[in-house]
Design a protein around this ligand. Structure first.
Ligand SMILES: [Zn+2]
Ligand SMILES: [Zn+2]
Ligand SMILES: [Zn+2]
Length: 326
């Protein structure tokens, strides 16, 4: 009996000790977790490229505006691409697979820091060269990747499955196509990602924009769209509904392409987008990040009159390396 009582008391002591250690562990974890959370944004969006599909300078363009890009490699700008990074769930997602994917993947590696977790997926908007052709680097002649999840709408999926060289990526399982549907949210780790159809030149695929909800902040990404009037959604309401709005800024204003009738160019000019958003207070305008600039667009150059004008009006111009908390 005595031995039993002793055993009981030893076991009680062990239990108490165990509970203390357990509480200590929880406490340390909690402290550790909150320290990490306080010191760096765990979930963020990183801008990897801001130019229109063809990048800056553009192939075959030796006009005055493109010459600085040819003469100085550091002035080159890659096509529009965003990445989502989350350190808590150790995830990375890429938005768009541009022709400059090799360089953009390298930069993503640097932004993600020491964490060597792999790419969790690529989300595509549409089948124009600047937005998907970088998929080729996942293929047999390059990375020989294994089952990289590529999130696509139905027509985009068919296009990749039925046309070479993209069909080879599917057949060799370098990429694994994941179905998206209009306005249907995909939950992936720290992010909720919702594609929505937008009007655009849809020869090979439909075109979508994305709404992304992070743990704390939200963003909308519309790299390509026709004039805002051709869309049923209100641009003003859209900007009000998110924390960051990355908007198609292919062309700054009418007259940008000398000798071309710009009335047939369907993109909203930056000047037109600003006119629509003019009614908003500065606190709302500052959510806007213009992106997807054509090689002719003066917003590619920080020292241009137009760049300063857009900033003075309270808007932002996206740049490579920009990081925002999500
Ligand atoms: Zn584009
Ligand atoms: Zn040019
Ligand atoms: Zn396009």
């Amino acid at each position: 009996m005595a031995l039993n009582r002793q055993l009981v008391s030893v076991s009680n002591l062990m239990k108490t000790l165990f509970n203390c250690v357990w509480l200590l562990i929880i406490g340390l974890n909690y402290t550790n977790g909150s320290t990490v959370w306080a010191n760096q944004p765990d979930a963020r969006v990183v801008v990897l490229g801001v130019a229109q599909d063809a990048g800056y300078p553009q192939a075959g363009c030796f006009e005055e505006h493109c010459m600085p890009g040819w003469q100085d490699k550091t002035k080159r700008i890659t096509p529009t691409s965003l990445a989502l990074i989350d350190h808590v769930t150790k995830t990375r997602f890429l938005f768009e697979a541009t022709p400059q994917l090799p360089e953009q993947l390298y930069r993503l590696e640097k932004y993600a820091g020491a964490e060597q977790y792999s790419l969790n997926g690529v989300f595509l908007t549409h089948a124009h060269i600047g937005h998907y052709s970088g998929l080729m680097f996942f293929g047999h002649e390059a990375m020989g990747a294994k089952n990289v999840p590529v999130f696509v709408m139905p027509r985009m999926k068919q296009f990749l499955q039925q046309n070479g060289p993209w069909s080879q990526l599917v057949n060799y399982r370098n990429i694994s196509l994941q179905d998206l549907a209009n306005n249907k949210t995909v939950n992936r780790e720290a992010f909720q990602i919702t594609p929505f159809l937008v009007p655009h030149r849809d020869e090979f695929s439909e075109t979508v924009g994305y709404r992304i909800q992070g743990p704390e902040k939200s963003l909308v990404f519309i790299p390509d769209i026709n004039k805002w009037q051709q869309w049923e959604e209100s641009l003003v309401d859209l900007v009000k509904s998110v924390d960051y709005a990355f908007l198609d800024a292919a062309f700054y204003a009418d007259g940008e392409l000398p000798g071309r009738d710009m009335s047939v160019i369907p993109h909203p000019f930056v000047s037109e987008s600003m006119a629509i958003l003019d009614e908003l207070p500065k606190s709302q305008k500052t959510k806007v990040w213009f992106i997807h600039m054509n090689h002719t667009n003066p917003l590619l150059h920080k020292n241009s009159r137009e760049y300063k004008h857009v900033q003075q009006k309270g808007y932002n111009i996206a740049f490579e390396g920009l990081e925002l908390k999500l």
